[in-house]
Ligand binder design. Structure first.
Ligand code: NAD
Length: 488
């Protein structure tokens, strides 16, 4: 009805510094109620064309500004987002289903920090210089921005991951066209409202909203966009590689994971259990770095399992806006069904579901009965070749299995197609080093999880990605390098 549609939040594309309506829209759901509450532009070629044109026009001026001038703009933007932190956190929680606590303490503070970090980082890069005295030459490298960067981000950490791309791209002097996930577009739109006040010139940051197959692909196929930074699934990345191949585009691909936790019998379980619960279930398990295969050395297997399951049962599932809730809603009905189907498959294969889905009952507040909720689920007795141990589930589901030796567990941990992250738990420093060296993962956390220094590379091996992002790595990705030789 008209009355109903009037109440909806309607987003608009942000092109050349102006909000522009679109000819068609996509419904966006509130995952905690199952209701449509927002309409997102269903952009296509035409909108992407306008955005790329604006970005191209803004490039000469933005790219010729000094790093210090750009740094000031990024810092201002960080301040403005921080000033509205609570509004951003509320919006992210409502749009994505994540808990308000997580949005307040992780998503939005990190989005702020992404701008602050690159505002500082951009001032400190050095380029190389070598001498060849015998030839009378010096060689040096110079770095320049590439042009219009295409940025495509997923729904799990919406503003966090989008700003992880926008900040380094514009700090380096590029202009951008960003395409957030069609399921979580609200905070990107809110950020656009702050750009002018921060001093971001028109056309430097353009945001087109819409579907991956339509708006996303138009961006990937656009001849004037020489580089694409993408975070999302491995399947989509394969499609992006194919579509961008004719243009030989530069790609940074941050993809899925099937991350192991390896817990030796000398691990400090008082640290390991709470952290492994978080690494399995934080953000509903919808983080690419989440643990989904827990290998526990046989001597402590029963003790670990008993304590882990008892603690998992304490995680409170419910209204994400309730600050005492630990687990919010999953992103969509389809995704919830997919995650549930993995638990069913495991049961059919003879695995044991120790708590959660299908075992315990879930009581939801009256306003959340139609939301996409699921209990944290722990599965044991799973075979290594089971789909639950091989495929990315991306929900609050984790598998626990026993192992005997170091060599054995390294081989089993590595026997998946992914290679994003791993955690290792042991009080033996030598062992921790040995195992970390042998794991096929772009990130290894020992006796901790998710502690990041943004200066250092982030990214995955194998099907988890191509390239790395981070202080120096993002600088290298978002700039073109040239070697210049001078002979006297
Ligand atoms: P997705 O691949 O479905 O979508 C990601 C983005 O790509 C969205 O904006 C989407 O609209 C767009 N897209 C889809 N098809 C496209 C196409 N053909 N061309 C261009 N763009 C297209 O991923 P998702 O479901 O939104 O996110 C979950 C996935 O992201 C998981 O696999 C997760 O592991 C991964 N992820 C990885 C990292 C990392 O840093 N490695 C971080 C977060 C999430």
């Amino acid at each position: 009805t008209m009355a109903h549609s009037k109440a909806l939040l309607v987003l608009e594309n942000f092109i050349a510094g102006k909000f522009v309506p679109c000819s068609s829209y996509i419904d966006s759901y509130n995952p905690s109620t199952g209701e449509v509450y927002c309409r997102v532009p269903d952009s296509g070629k035409e909108e992407v064309e306008a955005a790329v044109k604006a970005a191209k026009a803004a490039f000469p001026i933005w790219s010729s500004k000094s790093p210090l001038e750009r740094s000031r703009v990024l810092n201002k933007l960080a301040d403005l987002i921080e000033h509205d932190l609570e509004a951003f956190a509320q919006a992210e929680s409502k749009d994505q289903g994540k808990t308000i606590l997580f949005a307040r303490t992780v998503d939005i503070p990190r989005a702020v920090y992404n701008f602050r970090f690159f505002a500082s980082s951009i001032l400190h890069h050095m380029t190389e210089c070598t001498q060849m005295a015998t030839e009378g030459c010096v060689h040096y490298t110079s770095r320049t921005p590439v042009g219009v960067a295409g940025l495509i981000s997923p729904w799990n950490l919406p503003l966090y991951l989008l700003t992880w791309k926008i900040a380094p791209a514009i700090a380096c002097g590029n202009t951008v066209v960003a395409k957030p996930s069609e399921m979580t577009s609200v905070t990107a739109w809110m950020m656009c409202k702050l750009l002018e006040k921060a001093g971001v010139p028109h056309g430097v940051v353009n945001v087109v909203f819409g579907m991956g197959t339509k708006a996303g692909e138009a961006l990937v196929c656009h001849p004037t966009v020489p580089l694409i930074s993408f975070t999302g699934s491995t399947l989509t990345a394969q499609r992006i590689m194919e579509k961008s191949a004719p243009h030989c585009k530069r790609l940074s691909l941050e993809l899925g994971g099937k991350n192991p936790a390896i817990i030796f019998d000398d691990a400090d379980l008082s640290q390991c259990i709470p952290t492994t619960l978080r690494s399995s279930f934080a953000n509903q398990g919808e983080i690419c770095l989440c643990t989904s295969r827990i290998f526990v050395q046989r001597g402590i297997y029963s003790e670990f399992l008993k304590k882990f399951v008892a603690e998992a049962k304490k995680w409170k599932v419910g209204n994400p806006l309730d600050p005492t809730v630990d687990v919010g809603a999953l992103i969509s009905k389809e995704h919830l069904e997919k995650v549930r189907s993995y638990v069913k498959k495991a049961q059919a294969e003879g695995a044991q579901v120790l708590c959660g889905e299908g075992v315990d009952s879930l009581a939801l507040p009256s306003g959340n009965q139609r939301g996409y909720f699921m209990l944290p689920t722990v599965i044991a007795e799973v075979k290594d070749d089971s789909c639950c141990m091989q495929e990315e589930i991306f929900g609050p589901v984790t598998c626990v299995v026993a192992f005997d030796t170091e060599e054995e567990v390294i081989e089993r941990a590595n026997s998946v197609k992914y290679g994003l992250a791993a955690t290792v738990w042991s009080s033996n420093v030598g062992r921790v080093h040995r195992v970390a060296q042998k794991l096929q993962a772009g990130l290894v956390w020992t006796n901790c999880w998710l502690i990041r220094d943004l200066n250092l590379p982030f990214g995955g091996m194998k099907a988890s990605g191509i390239g790395r992002e981070g202080g120096k790595d993002s600088y290298e990705f978002f700039t073109e390098v040239k070697t210049i030789t001078i002979k006297h």
